[in-house]
Design a protein. Sequence first.
Length: 464
Amino acid sequence: MPCYLSVQDRDLCIIDTNNLFQREFGDRLGEHCYRVYKDRDRPCPSCPVLQTFADGQVHAGEETVVDREGRRVEVVVTSAPLFDAQGRVHAVVEMSTDITEVKTLRRELERTRRDYKRLFDAVPGYICVLDRELNILEANTLYQRDFDLARGTRCFEACKGRSESCPECPVEQTFADGQVRSSEERLTTRDGRQLELVVYSMPIRDDDGRITSVMEVFTDITEVKRLQRQLTLMGRAVAGMAHRIKNILMGLEGGTFVVNTGMQNNDQQAIADGWEMVERNVGKVSRLVKDLLYCSKKRQLQLRDEVAPAAVLREVHALYARRLADENIRLQLEIEDESACGRFDPDGLHNMLSNLVANAVDACRFDPDAPAQGHRIVLRCRRSQGGGLALEVSDDGPGIPEDARDKVFEEFFSTKGNEGTGIGLLVVQKVAEEHGGCVRFTSAPGDGTTFTVSFPPAALQKAS
């Protein structure tokens, strides 16, 4: 027999062996089995031979034995009783089958599985394996961490929040034709983050070439998409600014022409009108350049103690009130608390409020249904709930269209077409955030728009 056979008595002495046993362990008749191939001085715990002597049953297990050359051999051991004429167990035959190679292969397989699992989990992207019903059979650690597998086992439930499979599902297509598919998708993580990804679906086949499952591999391109959108917005902004600068240059050319004509004709009124056109357009260029510089580089806040926002509001009001009177636009000032002061960057506040007023002025100028009595813009300083400070700029212009409100704080957003660059709102948002505040707005068609910049109570604490 191609296995080790020995017959043992109740003292575990070997009374007979087969040829293979003798070749591997030697002629050891009369010696105790545990000393012959276990190199022990007492019986093994849970000895199957002793168990068979005790109950007359067949017992089996896995053990490690040592041959005459010191080689460790892993075996499956089976002990069976040998009965005498009276039906008593007078000896036990022990059969040991060498499974060393099988155990080695098993350990290699386990090691390979562990290595596969480590690689599977170490991939810096999402991986899942799906069956034909789109159940998730397996997912790597990153996928399990970011998506809600507890809600259901199907992929569209875990990462799409859907109740049915997606249209043109790449996994279903791969199951249908066995081809690798790719697409761009947007997934939602369990904490609400929106991710944009490139998805590849690849078939997994059995030994007969049949597709048993499909693996999906996701590559996160959220940052690439964000940069792509920024480049697109930047291109639109550059085009808009180029058109805006061209219009300003045309205004400057028109102003210089009027001034030159007035000087030639000694017409003081024409000179004054032309010079006013030049000053207005120089102001536009100045504001545009300042806004660009403010947004394009990291600026260190020039915080000062005891800065009164009300005083900054008065400066901005004085800057715009006189020129707006000629345009039938009233600029009003409402200050609730003159004494409110704290640590602010006065130039930043001035720039922020100037941009909000300029946007309100443009909204009134662009109103196709301007009232006969003219428009009204209000500059307001008040205390907010919780003890903070709120600075507001309200206008009674046409309001922001409903379909554009979600885009207000996107880069370079403007409702003025080629007349606007959208940089002003970026400046407003940047100044507010630098002071630990935030910007919000309300708007209604025909009722105008109110932008509110809220600062926390900490901004009003005076320096000690």
